[in-house]
Design a protein around this ligand. Structure first.
Ligand SMILES: CC(=O)N[C@H]1[C@@H](OP(=O)(O)OP(=O)(O)OC[C@H]2O[C@@H](n3ccc(=O)[nH]c3=O)[C@H](O)[C@@H]2O)O[C@H](CO)[C@@H](O)[C@@H]1O
Ligand SMILES: C=C(OP(=O)(O)O)C(=O)O
Length: 442
């Protein structure tokens, strides 16, 4: 049932939250289990929507997915994998972006794949041309229908020499999940190397794959005939961790994020420190806090890893509305990721969007009329307003803006936030936020 969140702002968030496995790894690790010939066990699994969607899709394909009632660990048994009906699969159209990654594993395990239309955040066009191009180079035959796609490989998948036009996370994962059981060697140039991708490679290695990550964004995969299962603890969610860090800064609060891991967040931590945030790192997590005084503006570009991650951008922009001076953010990964700033402007923030590349490196979007650079002048006192959540990170940004604002905000569409923030209302409560959750039908 849909709910409206009524937030009374002005309370610094303080306390402790726990972050579990990464949204951008866990569903893919579940897909990888389909490549094995025995069960796999995945630990540190969060209760988020993409996990539920992939659980349903795997079950439709005969994979037995069982959840440990105490710890939530997932056991995934692919030994009776089978084809699923097109109608059953199409029922999941628009649910998530993960289904496209089922192509290789389904071809290897059941010989063909139906993929529904994808979902995910509307922050740009999000084409799948890189995915389809690499699949075709592996020898797959791709047929596009009115809804979804159908993929077969009459002669099996063959290793290939590939180069991505841009280091796409999803297309790199597509190659990994297709090539590990393909015949022969695959070399992928201009690959993405995000920590979640390295964790997926670690899982595939546990299953028996032979994958080398070379220094120049090249990944080399030597195909093997069969893979076993894995036992793996998913790496923690560095996006959720950074989101709570930004929340601490925006609300002048103090949040200990249990599970946050320094190695995956170094670029974020540098930026957090430059703005004026403080953090203490220990073995179990990171304490993020506003140490008092003014925050400093800065110039920032989002980029692929090891650059500043695009999914960190939206909550950080809210923090920059509180910095003392002019900040510039150049979004180079998605062409349309500043839509969420409309609501911030309605709350009193001073944010101007530009079509030019306001960064040191011209990006793919500079000549193409996209509002992909933002100039933020602060500090501004935000005031509460009514907001309908546009997407996952934009929604979290609106929440923290409302929590810092004077007055009351009504936030609808909060179900989108569940895609990436496990039990976020319980966490807000633990941090002392002043809010009510009311079913919309009342
Ligand atoms: C579920 C998941 O892991 N989602 C993450 C993943 O998304 P996702 O894997 O979809 O993102 P990509 O890295 O593929 O996209 C990066 C850019 O490449 C473009 N592109 C991508 C594929 C393609 O076939 N053609 C094409 O043009 C996209 O439109 C985008 O402009 O990485 C993004 C970049 O870190 C993150 O923001 C998302 O949270
Ligand atoms: C863009 C995101 O996710 P997805 O790729 O699942 O839409 C995100 O997590 O911020």
């Amino acid at each position: 049932m849909a709910n409206v969140l009524t937030i009374r702002g002005g309370v610094p968030l303080a306390g402790r939250v726990t972050v579990r496995g990464a949204k951008n790894l866990v569903p893919k690790a579940m897909v990888a289990a389909l490549l094995g010939n025995e069960p796999s066990v995945l630990r540190n699994v969060p209760e988020i929507k993409d996990v539920a969607v992939v659980t349903k899709l795997l079950k439709l394909h005969g994979v037995a997915v069982t959840k440990d009632p105490v710890g939530g660990d997932l056991t995934l048994d692919p030994t009776h994998a089978t084809q699923a009906s097109r109608a059953d699969i199409d029922a999941h159209a628009g649910d998530s972006r993960i289904p496209i990654l089922l192509c290789g594993p389904l071809i290897h395990s059941v010989g063909e794949a139906f993929i529904p239309d994808l979902g995910g955040c509307r922050i740009g066009d999000r084409p799948i041309d890189f995915h389809l191009s690499v699949l075709r180079k592996f020898g797959a035959v791709v047929e596009k229908g009115n809804a979804g796609i159908h993929i077969t490989a009459p002669r099996g998948l063959q290793g290939a020499k590939l180069e991505l036009p841009f280091p796409s996370v999803g297309a790199t994962e597509q190659v990994l999940l297709s090539a590990t059981r393909a015949e022969g060697i695959t070399e992928l140039r201009n690959a993405a190397t995000e920590p979640e991708i390295l964790d997926l490679i670690a899982i595939l290695q546990k299953m028996g794959a032979i994958i080398s990550v070379l220094t120049d964004r090249t990944i080399r995969i030597e195909g093997v005939k069969s893979l076993g299962g894995y036992q793996h603890r998913a790496l923690p969610d560095r996006i959720e961790s950074a989101s709570w860090a930004s929340a601490a800064l925006v609300t002048r609060g103090d949040i200990y994020v249990e599970g946050a891991r320094q190695q995956d967040m170094m670029t974020y931590l540098n930026v957090f420190r430059k703005i004026g945030g403080a953090f203490d790192i220990d073995d179990a997590g990171i304490r993020f806090y506003h140490p008092g005084g003014k925050l400093s503006p800065l110039v920032l570009e989002t980029d692929v890893h090891p650059g500043f991650m695009t999914d960190w951008q939206q909550p950080l922009v809210v923090a920059l509305t509180q910095a003392d001076g002019v900040s510039i953010v150049h979004e180079t990964v998605y062409e349309n990721r500043f839509g969420f700033t409309d609501a911030l402007v309605r709350m009193g923030a001073n944010v101007q969007l530009h079509r030019e590349c306001l960064g040191s490196v011209p990006c793919r979007f500079g000549q193409r009329n996209f509002l992909h650079s933002a100039v933020i002048s602060g500090p501004t006192q935000l005031t509460g307003t009514d907001i309908d959540v546009p997407d996952l990170r934009g929604g979290f940004s609106h929440l923290i803006a409302a929590l810092a604002a004077t007055g009351t905000s009504h936030v609808t569409g909060i179900e989108l936030i569940n895609r990436g923030y496990e039990r976020f209302t319980a966490k807000l409560e633990a941090l002392g936020a002043d809010f009510d959750l009311t079913p919309i039908d009342q």
